[in-house]
Design a protein around this ligand. Structure first.
Ligand SMILES: NC(=O)c1ccc[n+]([C@@H]2O[C@H](COP(=O)([O-])OP(=O)(O)OC[C@H]3O[C@@H](n4cnc5c(N)ncnc54)[C@H](O)[C@@H]3O)[C@@H](O)[C@H]2O)c1
Length: 254
């Protein structure tokens, strides 16, 4: 079960955190993995981890926010079965302290970046008779989170784009779903704690862990396992769905 043998998968942001775990797992399950990543060094590290484990992968250094770069990468890749729109950036702030530049930066990576990859991938998936797309949404797509104005905007858009693509390509056998993690312990989390709460890292880490009713953050591997299920043929009846993977955050925080 859950074999990806013979399949080609594009994972954006596969150089770190959740994207790295998805790249490693998909390669282990037999997929040829294409990591589309801004940080070439991080991607090269993941590539060598995959190769050492006997898997197949390639790295494409690109900024998902740049449509020309994205189109060139997909041109090089050719055949495609799976797209995981994972690359994303964080921003902390409410509407008043989110500048236009902050808003546009988050929009260009998290929203336009996902659109660019969908724009490039969908015609290829159609041409080859179908495929699976998984987009990284967030609990912030569904509930109000303090000081996440721009980030929530971007993840709400991911949720809506997921439904739109799932609806439009039913007949083309393209399944499109999203995952909504609560806090997952990755460099993304460590980075924003260090940047936004200097000197209070331990206290904030503890607070963020306890904000999941289950009492801890998730792991990238747990999210990768859900992505594997959604991209596998075993999930063939699932499209247009969002999957909270959140230690009870959305439903049990009362
Ligand atoms: N970690 C969490 O708690 C959490 C929770 C919910 C959703 N998510 C989402 O999961 C995704 C991955 O998060 P993570 O925690 O693994 O992050 P991360 O920062 O560890 O990894 C993100 C990767 O994306 C790459 N990237 C960033 N901008 C890019 C661009 N413009 N073009 C190409 N690559 C780019 C980075 O270089 C990095 O390697 C994001 O979309 C994030 O919003 C994360």
């Amino acid at each position: 079960m859950f074999s990806l043998q013979g399949k080609t998968a594009v994972i954006t942001g596969g150089g770190s955190g959740i994207g790295r775990a998805i790249s490693l797992l998909f390669a282990r399950q037999g997929a040829t993995v294409h990591i589309v990543e801004l940080n070439a060094e991080a991607a090269a590290h993941v590539l060598s981890e995959i190769q050492q484990a006997g898997g197949q992968a390639q790295v494409h250094q690109a900024n998902v926010a740049d449509q020309q770069q994205v189109l060139q990468v997909f041109e090089q890749i050719g055949k495609l079965d799976i797209l995981v729109n994972n690359a994303g950036i964080a921003h902390v702030g409410n509407v008043e302290n989110t500048s236009e530049a902050d808003f546009e930066r988050v929009y260009s990576v998290n929203v336009k970046g996902a659109y660019n990859c969908l724009f490039a991938a969908v015609p290829r998936l159609k041409a080859q008779g179908g495929g699976a797309i998984v987009n990284l949404a967030s609990i912030a797509s569904h509930v109000g989170i303090t000081d996440r104005f721009a980030y929530s905007m971007s993840k709400g858009a991911i949720f809506a784009m997921t439904l739109s693509v799932a609806r439009d390509y039913l007949a083309d056998k393209i399944r499109c779903n999203s995952m909504s993690p609560a806090r997952v312990h990755t460099p993304f989390v460590d980075g924003f704690i260090a940047k936004n709460y200097p000197g209070r890292e331990e206290e904030i880490f503890d607070k963020l862990s306890k904000s999941q009713p289950i009492g801890r953050m998730g792991t990238p591997e747990e999210v990768a396992t859900l992505a594997l299920f959604l991209c596998s043929d075993e999930a063939s009846f699932i499209t247009g769905c969002d999957y909270p993977i959140d230690g009870g955050f959305i439903r049990l925080n009362n």
